[in-house]
Ligand binder design. Structure first.
Ligand code: NAP
Length: 476
């Protein structure tokens, strides 16, 4: 009997899992989605200017070529439309249970009891695909509740709030801030950007696809595949070594410094925007509109620490900045994997407790003592240089390779020894990665351990996940 599968989350990962099951003729699955629509991060992040800084020909499923991309780096509406297209084409939408937030997944000794909306249902296999960047992190600044204007997080954009002619404060200067600031600057009367740490920024070689290019992508056999492969190889050959202490490390710094020099003529502003951590330690921003926006009249970059929020705006130790609107571009609770879902494994093991020293999973996918539980985009699977969709496809392929071992009520669990060996390999590889440097980033947990990123080249991850599940796994 084919196992009954629960997929938690209908973003890029959960949809990929559902589509692969459909393609394999396995219809015994349900996708639980907490929201009323699919798309995950591409549903939630609809702030002006939201997009991906990996070209969409690569940031898309390898099995679903798409000739409708209008540009190299399309914005959020196009990416969401792609996911909608995939859900419809592969007919998985009918299997999505919307507005069904999973609160508990508990192994009862033979099956998983998955609870959503207070109702439980038994499944043989659970695939968690809840993302890493799905729970906004609001800062803890005194006085936040007293602010009299509009205030919202970048991932909860208030589209009913018109910024035209307003005084806007943006807190944060990461990838989200860099994308929304140029759009906000066009409308606001005054924009004050509160930057705690400057980031390295390199240009985004964006371009619209003209008619000829779009026709070529549609009709020339193999062109989309070749273009995708070229972007992938470039990322591996040039960007990965920059993060791993390799040949392009200094080039990345030079490229970023050159970009700063070219785009920011004012030496005082340039000094504020020059990072003192090595490029890549925090996520490098790929954007060509961010610096010009910061140079506009009416835009200020404040680097003094925020001391409090008042009813009228934002204060530092020396200055009060009045604002009508505060945008918190302050990132996500990225290291709290799977939270707030309570996950209970064999013999009542609590996953949050098992992960007290830091989240970890074999291949980023499987956890000892949690049979038939698989994670997509789990610990140590984020990339700083290539497409997460590639990683998701590797993980889904691994789950598919495990499925034949799970039919007829059988259960597969990763051996603790395999987990220990995996941890040792990760630790050794992580030591040479630039993220391990002293900077603060969302890649690290409170103890300063990198919990989110995969330290190897992406093709190595594909090779490792393509292995059949034995001998790292055992039947329990
Ligand atoms: P982020 O990179 O975590 O940036 C959060 C920003 O808020 C940082 O500048 C941080 O400063 C600041 N901040 C946090 N708490 C603060 C406080 N209490 N006071 C002042 N400043 C504070 O979050 P994000 O920009 O949303 O991006 C998250 C990730 O999402 C990115 O790294 C990327 O992987 C992905 N993303 C990608 C794209 C893209 O493809 N272009 C776009 C958006 C997001 P510190 O640096 O000092 O901590």
């Amino acid at each position: 009997m084919t196992p009954k599968v629960a997929i938690i989350g209908a973003g890029f990962g959960g949809l990929c899992m559902a589509i692969r099951l459909e393609k394999a003729g396995i219809g015994s699955y349900t996708v639980f989605e907490k929201a009323g629509a699919l798309g995950g991060t591409w549903r939630d992040n609809s702030y002006p200017g939201a997009g991906c800084d990996i070209p969409s020909h690569l940031y898309s499923y390898s099995f679903e070529k798409y000739a409708s991309w209008t540009r190299r780096y399309p914005e959020q509406p196009e990416i969401l439309a792609y996911l909608e297209h995939c859900a419809d084409k592969y007919d998985v939408r009918r299997k999505i249970r919307f507005n069904a937030e999973v609160t508990d997944a508990a192994f009862d000794g033979s099956r998983w009891q998955v609870t959503a909306g207070g109702e439980s249902e038994a499944f043989d296999v659970v695939v968690m695909s809840v993302g890493q960047l799905n729970r906004p992190r609001l800062p803890e600044i005194p006085g936040m509740d007293d602010f009299e204007g509009a205030a919202f997080h970048s991932a909860r954009w208030d589209h009913g709030h018109d910024l035209t002619g307003r005084r806007v404060a943006v807190i944060g200067s990461g990838s989200s801030a860099a994308q929304l600031i140029p759009r906000v600057a066009e409308r606001a009367e005054r924009l004050t950007v509160f930057q705690r740490t400057p980031n390295w920024v390199i240009p985004k070689p964006d371009a619209e696809f003209g008619t000829a290019a779009r026709l070529a992508f549609r009709f020339v056999p193999g062109l989309q595949r070749a273009y995708r492969e070229w972007i992938f190889r470039y990322a591996e050959a040039a960007l990965y070594p920059a993060l791993a202490g390799g040949w392009s490390r200094d080039l990345l710094r030079k490229r970023a410094l050159g970009h700063l020099r070219d785009q920011v003529p004012d030496p005082e502003l340039r000094a504020k925007l020059t990072p003192d951590h090595p490029p890549g330690c925090k996520r490098v921003i790929i954007d060509s509109a961010f610096y010009p926006a910061l140079c506009r009249a009416g835009v200020d970059v404040v680097t003094d620490p925020i001391s409090r929020i008042t009813p009228k705006g934002v204060e530092t130790a020396t200055t009060a900045y009045e604002a009508d609107t505060i945008v918190y571009a302050t990132g996500f609770r990225a290291t709290e994997f799977l939270a707030p879902i309570r996950v209970t494994g064999r013999a009542g093991r609590d996953l949050a407790e098992q992960w007290a020293g830091g989240p970890e999973a074999y291949l980023g996918i499987s956890v000892p003592h949690f049979p038939n539980l698989f994670l997509l985009y789990g610990p140590h699977t984020n990339l700083g240089h290539n497409s997460i969709v590639f990683m998701l496809e590797c993980q889904v392929a691994h789950v598919m390779a495990c499925l034949p071992h799970l039919s007829g009520g059988r259960r597969l669990e990763v051996r603790p020894e395999a987990m220990a060996a995996w941890r040792a390999q990760l630790d050794a590889a992580m030591a040479r990665m630039v993220w391990s440097d002293g900077c603060r980033s969302w890649y690290k947990n409170a103890e300063g351990r990198v919990t989110n990123n995969w330290p190897g080249p992406a093709p190595l991850y594909r090779r490792l996940t393509a292995r059949p599940p034995r001998p790292a796994y055992r039947q329990v």
